[in-house]
Design a protein around this ligand. Structure first.
Ligand SMILES: [Zn+2]
Length: 263
């Protein structure tokens, strides 16, 4: 059984794998096809996680609705769970989109430097990583330890590829970005997973469990869409689908690994 400190440390690891991808800005070897494949690999892992997360939150909601219909539960409980389910989804999808619109508009008034664009991407990634941390923490607090661990593994691998996304605008630059800059965007993008894990594991209620999971699910669907658009510019659909396939398989294997370990 993991204790809280171990869980929070795992949450930190899941976020800070973003640093694995950041040094890509320093090496110039990867071509756009390879970057497209890695991008799609990350999409595959995310699709797996979205299914896993929304299944877990919906299971709670649907059983409370059926209980209310059968007379073994109350309609009030069913309603207080359906609300965070759909509210969380909407907030994850529309919230990130609003956030990006507002930030984008502000940003268009200032001259765009690749460094500014990279910082902006890191902020967007940080916002969705906060919801990833909330989902990890809340799964842990609910006692769904295997779900919490699968989220750590899945988010960890996926966040490693987020580093590429952040530094992508810098890859065309003549001068290598300073290490302090990479450290800064790494903390902005990856730190929120750690903070989210702490916030999510502090307390548990079925309401916040459903809300945080749905919120993360919605935010991830939003991110998947953005990543796909970016990937289409990098590689052909054949390469992208191969990457998505490999990512999905990785997700299932990680899940199997956690089951075999019996956690
Ligand atoms: Zn992420």
């Amino acid at each position: 059984m993991l204790n809280l400190v171990q869980m929070v440390l795992l949450g930190a690891v899941a976020g800070f794998t973003i640093f694995i991808g950041l040094p890509v800005a320093l090496v110039r070897g990867l071509n756009s096809k390879q970057r497209g494949f890695l991008n799609a690999l990350s999409i595959g892992i995310l699709v797996f996680i979205v299914v896993e997360i929304l299944h877990s939150s919906w299971e709670t909601v649907s059983s409370s609705i059926t209980a209310a219909l059968k007379g073994t539960g109350s309609y009030g409980t069913a309603l207080t769970l359906a609300l965070p389910m759909f509210g969380g989804l909407a907030l994850g999808l529309l919230g990130l989109s609003r956030y990006e619109n507002i930030y984008m508009n502000k940003f268009q008034e200032i001259p765009a430097s690749p460094f500014r664009i990279a910082t902006m991407i890191a902020l967007g990634i940080g916002a969705h990583n906060f919801s990833e941390g909330l989902a990890i923490g809340q799964s842990y607090a609910s006692g769904a330890l295997s779900l919490a661990l699968i989220l750590v593994v899945g988010f960890g691998v996926h966040n490693a590829t987020e580093g590429f996304g952040i530094v992508a605008p810098l890859t065309g630059e003549k001068h290598r970005p300073p290490l302090t800059f990479l450290a800064k965007v790494g903390v902005i993008g990856g730190g929120p997973t750690f903070i989210g894990t702490i916030v999510g594991s502090m307390f548990f209620s079925t309401f916040t469990y459903v809300l945080f999971l749905s919120l993360a699910g919605g935010a991830l669907i939003y991110v998947i869409m953005i990543m796909y658009v970016a990937g289409k510019k990098q590689a052909t659909n054949d390469v992208l689908m191969l990457g998505v396939f490999c990512g999905l398989v990785l997700g299932f294997l990680a899940d199997l690994g956690v089951s075999i370990l019996g956690i």
